[in-house]
Design a protein around this ligand. Structure first.
Ligand SMILES: Cc1cc2nc3c(=O)[nH]c(=O)nc-3n(C[C@H](O)[C@H](O)[C@H](O)COP(=O)(O)O)c2cc1C
Length: 149
């Protein structure tokens, strides 16, 4: 048995502005890594389209999903053109698209990218926190889908 499967995480929609449109994907490798300054980290595999766009931008959003948004998670596996059909966003101070329907959205300014292994760790300084809905957060355990890289 792979014990790493028992490391539970939250489930998030990572969003980024891509020219006139937007890109985004489900991520579970997200963690707060500093209190002062307030830093979070997202682990993204270099072959993701979202990774390419993140490399061109200076910000990204972490949208905290709630229990009941499993369908949204499935939808994010669709091709990018269909992924965001009917999904509503608002814009953060750095121009990041942020999900309207979530527990909340964290906007981050990319401070550093480190590549210790097969995922890039995007370290972002939190520049905005938008609390939207008080709901129990979706977790990898509750979702029943574990991301192991
Ligand atoms: C529950 C779940 C968690 C995921 N977590 C991550 C993650 O932390 N990092 C990552 O690179 N991919 C993760 N993925 C895979 C991406 O969401 C998926 O490959 C996505 O289609 C990439 O989209 P893109 O190529 O348009 O950027 C996860 C997928 C699921 C279903």
């Amino acid at each position: 048995m792979d014990l790493l499967k028992r490391i539970t995480t939250g489930i998030y929609l990572l969003t980024v502005q891509a020219g006139k449109t937007r890109a985004g994907m489900i991520v579970s490798w997200v963690l707060q890594i500093s209190r002062d300054p307030l830093l979070v980290m997202a682990g993204v595999r270099p072959d993701r389209y979202t990774h390419k766009i993140m490399g061109e931008r200076n910000s990204f959003g972490i949208n905290i999903l709630y229990e009941g948004q499993e369908e949204l998670v499935d939808r994010m596996e669709k091709p990018l053109e269909e992924r965001f059909e009917g999904v509503e966003f608002f814009t953060g101070s750095l121009g990041t698209p942020l999900l309207k329907d979530s527990i909340g959205a964290i906007e981050c300014k990319i401070q550093r990218v480190i590549k210790p292994g097969d995922h890039s760790l995007f370290i972002g300084e939190v520049v905005g926190q938008h609390f939207l809905k008080d709901m129990p957060p979706l977790s990898s355990w509750g979702l029943g889908k574990l991301y192991l890289g």
